[in-house]
Write a protein that binds this ligand. Sequence first.
Ligand code: ADP
Ligand code: MG
Length: 274
Amino acid sequence: MTIFRTPHRPAGAIHEDVDHTARQTNEPPSTPRTLSLRGVHVRYDDGFEAVHGVDLDVAPGEIVVLLGASGSGKSSLLRGIAGLEAVTQGSVNVGGVDVTRMPTFKRGIGMVFQDGQLFPYRNVGGNIAYGIAHMRRPQRQERVNALLRLIDLPGYADRDVSTLSGGQAQRVALARSLAPNPPVLLLDEPLSALDAILREDLSLQLRRIVTSAGVAAVYVTHDQAEAFRVADRVGIMHEGMIIDIGTRSELVNSAHSIVRQFLRAANPDDASVS
Ligand code: ADP
Ligand code: MG
C-alpha cells in the first residue's frame, strides 16, 4: 500500500479541519528563518488581555524558551504568533514579512502541541507527508525518510500511529510540522504529557532536531529544568509580559526580583540562584 495516496477523509474525522500545525506553505529556502514581535497584545472577546506588549526577536537556528507559571499568557502569545488568536495590537514578522493580518496557513509557521494530535487514520509516513502533498512523490518520499532519520525512527513510515509510544508520537508530530520547511516553529509544552524520565531525554533530542532544522523556534514550558535544557535563551513570562530574557546566568542576576524569586522557587537548594 502506498503511504502517500491522498487519504479518504472518513465521515466525522474533523482532525484535519481543526489541525493548524501542518498545512503550511512550502517556504522557499531563501526565506530568512527569523521571527520578530513588536508590541504584541492578545485580547480575548470577553475583554481580558492575556498578552500585553511583547517584543521578541528569534534568530535563525535559535530556540527561545518562554518559561512562566500557568496562566501567564504563554499559550495566548503562541496562538497570536500563529494566527489562531487575533493580535489586537502590535506586529508579527516572519522572515522579514509582516504576517500580523495573514491567516495561519500563509504564515510559514509550524506548531507542535502538548498532545501531538497525529491523524489516527494515517500511518506515520502519511502524517509526516500531510503538509507536503504538493511535492512530487519521489521527493516527498525522500523528505519523509530524511525526517524519519532525523527523529531516529527510520523504517517507521508504514507503522500505525496507535502503536507508537508517547515520545515517539511527539517526535512524529515534530517531523510533520518540520516537513514543509517552515521558517518558524512554535512548540507549546510539547513534553508535558510524558513522564519525567522520558522528558529529560526527549528534551535534549528535541533540541538537537530543532537546532539542526535551522528554524527560529519558540518553545513554551512551565518546567524550569526543561527550559534551560532546551533553550539558547529563556524568556520569563509573567502576567502577559516577557519581563526578562537571557541565559541562566544572566537571569539569576536579573534586575527583576520577580525573576530571581521565580527561579529560586523552582530551585530552593540552588545557592547560585539568590
Ligand atoms: P499559559 O499558557 O501561560 O498557561 P494562557 O495563555 O493559556 O496561559 O492563559 C493566559 C490567561 O488568558 C489566563 O488567565 C486564561 O484564563 C486566559 N484565557 C485563555 N484563553 C482564553 C479565552 N479563550 N478567553 C478568555 N480568556 C482566556
Ligand atoms: Mg498554556
